[in-house]
Design a binder for this molecule. Structure first.
Ligand SMILES: Cc1cc2nc3c(=O)[nH]c(=O)nc-3n(C[C@H](O)[C@H](O)[C@H](O)COP(=O)(O)OP(=O)(O)OC[C@H]3O[C@@H](n4cnc5c(N)ncnc54)[C@H](O)[C@@H]3O)c2cc1C
Length: 382
């Protein structure tokens, strides 16, 4: 069946992603227990070309259209390890994206090239203990002294916070807000791993900066523009969240259907009970609706449109639906759904964060309301 968005080359690429990820599936439980994905995986993904799909060949990327990235995130989400996917998406679509879009040539050579190769891992450090949704409330301060910044403050809930080699860090400065690349091994940094209810394969940390000295050449983009850069990057971040939720739902529904066909009650497979089959039909219908909006918004993004309203709608609907679907599908598993023997237990845990990170559902509704109620026009910065 022809697709509006995927051609034969896309589908060949999809096969290579599926083949790679199938080889990694036997390790998923181990990573969940170890609370970390081994760094060798990033190198493998770099070698496969998976970390540079959006970036120029001169930096080691392949600069293919955005639907290759959609496939990669969708298939990784379908594989069912959201922790791996979290670290990957932050690295490839958030940390490196800022450096690619607005970083100096020096920063590109130092961070983008080895990131695409999978030699180093990036993270984004925006959230602070007292400022998450309210990004402008951050207090981590970078004071300029000659050709260095002296940085003091803390960040929290940072994906890959313990394993990352560098952090794209939003700081307050005398110029306003700035994004500064901080090396993970810079003196004055302390990192503590946090315990989460899900995404166990992803390491999440709080990070403290005490008199951390960073060259001013590690400023990303123009001075004083950091807040606007962060706001603009949210379009892609939200699309990634939506794609990941959609891929996860494909598997949640497929595995639940398999279970329903095999599990018998009152002499027949539970898939025959109308209340359950209709619920599943509703889930599939809602999933196809949000998939269509998400693909269309990806197409807009790929063609240079700043579709922040649609991207926020995609993130809101896909992650809210994922929570509804995974809770309902776990219910259809009965007691088995509450056991770790079935992956649905992990899917349930992992889905919960979707409506919180990358901008909570409440913030998504607020952005959508600003556009549709207040007629606010959000524009591009770069
Ligand atoms: C697993 C995980 C990974 C993360 N990874 C990263 C990362 O890599 N880098 C990073 O910088 N951050 C990361 N975050 C942080 C995440 O982006 C924030 O948790 C999120 O933005 C919410 O901020 P907060 O936790 O401070 O909640 P708060 O902002 O304190 O919000 C608390 C509640 O109030 C609601 N609320 C806040 N403001 C409003 C409003 N105006 N109207 C209505 N309701 C409102 C929120 O929706 C929420 O329900 C991660 C978080 C988690 C859980």
């Amino acid at each position: 069946m022809k697709s509006l968005y995927f051609n034969e080359d896309h589908e060949l690429f999809r096969q290579s992603v599926i083949e790679y990820i199938n080889k990694k599936k036997p390790f998923f439980d181990q990573w969940e227990e170890e609370r970390q994905v081994p760094k060798s995986v990033w190198k493998e993904m770099g070698d496969m070309g998976f970390l540079g799909l959006m970036y120029d060949e001169k930096y080691g990327g392949s600069k293919v259209d955005f639907f290759y990235s959609v496939i990669l995130m969708e298939e990784m989400a379908r594989a069912g390890n959201a922790g791996l996917l979290g670290g990957f998406s932050v690295h490839s679509y958030m940390a490196t994206n800022h450096i690619n879009n607005i970083g100096s040539e020096e920063l590109k050579q130092k961070y983008l090239v080895p990131s695409i190769a999978g030699d180093i891992l990036g993270a984004i450090a925006f959230t602070e203990p007292n400022a998450g949704s309210d990004v402008q409330g951050i207090t981590t301060f970078a004071k300029k002294e000659g050709d260095h910044y002296i940085i003091n403050g803390s960040k929290t809930y940072i994906t890959s916070g313990c394993s990352a080699d560098y952090f794209l860090t939003l700081c307050k400065t005398e110029a306003g807000f700035d994004i500064i690349v901080i090396d993970g091994d810079a003196p004055g940094i302390t990192r503590n791993k946090l315990n989460k209810i899900g995404l166990h394969s992803s390491d999440t940390a709080e990070i403290f900066f005490q008199d951390v000295k960073i060259p001013t050449s590690n400023l990303v983009g123009n001075e004083g523009m950091g807040f606007y850069y962060v706001m603009e990057s949210f379009q892609l971040e939200r699309l990634c969240c939506a794609i990941m939720a959609i891929g996860a739902m494909d598997t949640i529904i497929a595995e639940t259907l398999e279970f329903m066909k095999n599990r018998k009650a009152f002499g027949r497979p539970i898939a025959y009970f109308q209340v359950l089959r209709h619920r599943l039909a509703d889930y599939c219908t809602d999933l196809e609706c949000i998939r269509s909006l998400t693909y269309e918004t990806c197409w807009r993004f790929m063609n240079g449109e700043y579709a922040i309203k649609q991207a926020s709608m995609c993130k809101l609907k896909a992650t809210e639906l994922q929570n509804e679907v995974v809770a309902g599908c776990l219910q259809m598993h009965g007691g088995a759904g509450y056991m770790e023997d079935y992956p649905i237990a992990r899917y349930f845990r992992d889905a919960r964060v979707g409506t919180i990170y990358g901008g909570s559902s409440e913030i998504m509704r607020e952005i959508i309301a600003k556009v549709v109620v207040d007629d606010v026009q959000f524009g591009k910065v770069y």
